[in-house]
Design a protein around this ligand. Structure first.
Ligand SMILES: [Zn+2]
Ligand SMILES: [Zn+2]
Length: 136
């Protein structure tokens, strides 16, 4: 269930990673460890990303719930050129990215051309759209 709008999420498989995507808000849930794998695929720096997330300043609990344990997520602010606010499960199940935030995080820890990141995330978006036609 989407932590934000509480709609069921769809699972998109991306290069062996299962990503929960919300078709309503475009947000994505990554289980613990999946972000570093995606970062690696995107040519970003997984070590730096996990370090930045470890060090992120914890903020207040938010009115969003972990899709795994239903606990309220806690906002964290990841230090990058432009600080990025994510939501994390207090039990460490994973991270919630609002639409566009995953791209922002990967872009922030990416050395080279952004083209590859954009391509990978574009594929992801495409996969999301193909996995389900939204017709309730
Ligand atoms: Zn949603
Ligand atoms: Zn949890």
């Amino acid at each position: 269930m989407c932590p934000k709008c509480r709609e069921p999420m769809i699972i998109v498989e991306f290069q062996g990673v299962e990503i929960d995507c919300c078709v309503e808000c475009g947000g994505r849930w990554l289980d613990a460890g999946e972000l570093t794998w995606i970062a690696e695929l995107a040519g970003a720096q997984p070590g730096k990303i996990s370090e930045a997330i470890e060090r992120a300043a914890p903020g207040p609990r938010v009115d969003r719930r972990c899709p795994r344990c239903m606990r309220r997520l806690r906002a964290i602010t990841v230090a990058a050129d432009e600080p990025i606010e994510l939501d994390r499960c207090p039990k460490g199940h994973g991270l919630w990215f609002d639409a566009g935030e995953m791209q922002a995080v990967i872009g922030a820890f990416h050395d080279g051309e952004d083209g590859e990141v954009a391509r990978l995330l574009g594929e992801l978006h495409h996969g999301k759209l193909e996995s389900k036609s939204k017709g309730e």
